[in-house]
Design a protein around this ligand. Structure first.
Ligand SMILES: NC(=O)c1ccc[n+]([C@@H]2O[C@H](COP(=O)([O-])OP(=O)(O)OC[C@H]3O[C@@H](n4cnc5c(N)ncnc54)[C@H](O)[C@@H]3O)[C@@H](O)[C@H]2O)c1
Length: 262
């Protein structure tokens, strides 16, 4: 077998459908692009229909066919509507990427309880609800399904002044492992991808000079990541063949941040 055919058999996603929630964001759009270039049909979903439309237009401009649909991950009803719409567009959903996320920084004594609830609702409860809603349909697939939850380096170690965010992302990895063990015998795999630092809308406002200095000191590669650098790991974890025995894992793509201790 020639190399291209071998790699396609191992990693290829032809004929499969991926829903990327948070697919209009910096990382989600790169993942949608990557999965699509690897053969998957993609549905991008996020909190605003206008963002979904813009993301679809961007992808179509690159020759990638995609559909977009608004969703609020804090609402089970909204997620059911997304799932049913995706099934109508595409017939089935094989892969789910949970990439919606929000963040805010405060000193601990200033943490606002409502802001805490909001971050937990989007990052952790939203991930749980989306897994619940999409697993219901994946269980009916002949080939099951695969879920990728987006964690963070905060899943492993809490970064200063992002208390709710760090706790939510630790929860995402814990939840991922629990879902993995619950559904391992029923054809559903669930893994976490934990990015290091990829400056984007969501975290730019908390990247003050001191934090940037600390990040660079703590990152052995001494640079930020580019969203495209998440795609290979995402494909491995989601792919039916290459990832067939991988479930409950958390893969850090962080320039060595979580490996370093100084
Ligand atoms: N950028 C980074 O450096 C970094 C690092 C580690 C982890 N992450 C995580 O990666 C994910 C994507 O981050 P990003 O940098 O692309 O952020 P982003 O702000 O660019 O994108 C966030 C996405 O989440 C969506 N979203 C927010 N609230 C939602 C809701 N209630 N319902 C549905 N969608 C909602 C937004 O519409 C957007 O599509 C997040 O979970 C984030 O925590 C990002």
């Amino acid at each position: 077998m020639e190399t291209g055919a071998f790699l396609k058999e191992l990693f290829g996603m032809d004929g499969q459908v991926a829903v990327i929630i948070g697919g209009t964001g910096a990382l989600g759009l790169a993942l949608a692009r990557g999965l699509s270039k690897n053969g998957a049909k993609v549905v991008v979903a996020s909190s605003k229909q206008t963002s979904c439309d813009a993301a679809v237009e961007t992808l179509r401009g690159e020759g990638i066919d995609a559909v977009g649909r608004q969703v609020d991950v804090t609402s089970r009803e909204s997620l059911v509507e997304l799932r049913d719409a995706a099934l109508q567009f595409t017939g089935k959903v094989d892969m789910l990427v949970n990439c919606a996320g929000v963040n805010a920084a405060d000193s601990f004594l200033d943490v606002d309880a409502d802001a805490w609830d909001r971050i937990m609702a989007v990052n952790l409860k939203g991930t749980m609800l989306a897994c619940q809603v999409f697993i219901e349909s994946m269980l009916k697939n002949d080939n099951g399904g695969s879920i990728l939850n987006i964690g963070s380096v905060n899943s492993d170690r809490p970064l200063s002044r992002v208390f709710a965010y760090a706790a939510s992302k630790a929860g995402v990895v814990n939840l991922t492992r629990n879902i993995a063990q619950e559904f391992a015998e029923r054809g559903i795999r669930c893994n976490a991808l934990c990015p290091g630092f990829f400056p984007a809308e969501q975290n730019r406002k908390i990247l003050d000079d001191k934090r940037v200095e600390n990040i660079m000191n703590g990152t052995p590669m001494k640079r930020y990541g580019d969203p495209g650098e998440l795609v290979g790991a995402a494909i491995l974890l989601l792919s039916r063949n290459a990832g067939s025995y991988i479930t409950g894992s958390a893969v850090y793509v962080d320039g060595g941040f979580t490996a370093s201790w100084f």
